[in-house]
Design a protein around this ligand. Structure first.
Ligand code: PEP
Length: 256
């Protein structure tokens, strides 16, 4: 029903040359492997997108391309921003939106994230829309309602005709880049609540087709346990996506 997805978020790592090398290494590591239906995505920095796109074409790689951010306007005087049509032109299939680092450091709001999702979908690019609670919310036991509220705001007015074309990543902020992974049960609790919320908004059939990933210190050693949970459909991976060996291991283990 839902293919697992392992998506790598390189964040602000790997210059153009290094990015092309990493993409090439990943293409080699996955070449000829049976991934058991696991879909693989890499999200390099914007200036690396074209080079990674060329590696994907030239090697017929077993992964597709995602961006890390987009702006919701079509074009114009928005210095430093990237339009959805520009991502389309380099064959980006996916785009991360609402990552907690963008919410935290760059002041992105749920309203921005909702506009970005709509702009991407107009261009046929699949959003990987991130949500997740800070530590103090988790410690107060309010994490489920916090994330449910984010989902409601981020999806407001979206029309999802094909549920494979919208992806959510639940990333508890306290687990990102800290080495503190949420337990598989913690991930399931929130991913399950996200799916129930999606069912209320879009209906059960659509909700059952939307992939909900977990993100936060996911690595080769814990991926199998995470994806064994019924509502965890893969992972958004930061640190462990920066080495072709680790990332390809995660993909293989997720599919076993
Ligand atoms: C991320 O930034 O999306 C992420 C999950 O990072 P890490 O895997 O390094 O915790």
């Amino acid at each position: 029903m839902r293919n697992l997805m392992i998506a790598g978020n390189w964040k602000m790592n790997k210059n153009y040359t290094e990015g092309v090398e990493l993409a090439q290494g990943l293409a080699d590591a996955l070449a000829g492997k049976d991934l058991n239906g696991v879909e693989v995505v890499v999200c390099p920095p914007t200036v690396d997108l074209k080079g990674v796109s060329e590696v994907i074409d030239q090697t017929n790689a077993q992964f597709s391309l995602g961006a890390q951010n987009v702006y919701f306007e079509e074009s114009g005087a928005f210095t430093g921003e990237t339009a959805p049509s520009m991502l389309e032109a380099v064959n980006a299939t996916y785009c991360i939106i609402g990552h907690s680092e963008r919410r935290g450091y760059f002041g992105e709001t749920d309203e921005d994230i909702n506009k970005k999702a709509k702009a991407l979908m107009t261009h046929g690019i699949v959003p990987i829309s991130c949500c997740g609670e800070p530590l103090e919310v988790r410690e107060a036991g309010k994490h489920v309602e916090f994330v449910v509220d984010q989902i409601k705001a981020d999806t407001e007015g979206l029309e999802i005709t094909d549920p494979s074309k919208y992806v959510i990543a639940y990333e508890p902020i306290w687990a990102i880049g800290t080495g503190k992974t949420a337990t598989a049960d913690d991930a399931q609790e929130v991913c399950g609540a996200i799916r129930e919320t999606l069912a209320e908004i879009f209906g059960k059939e659509t909700a059952d087709g939307i992939r909900v990933l977990y993100g936060g210190s996911a690595k080769p050693g814990n991926i199998a346990e995470l994806v064994a949970k019924p509502d965890v459909d893969g992972a958004l991976v930061g640190g462990a996506s920066l080495k072709a060996e680790d990332f390809s291991q995660m993909v293989i283990k997720a599919g076993e």
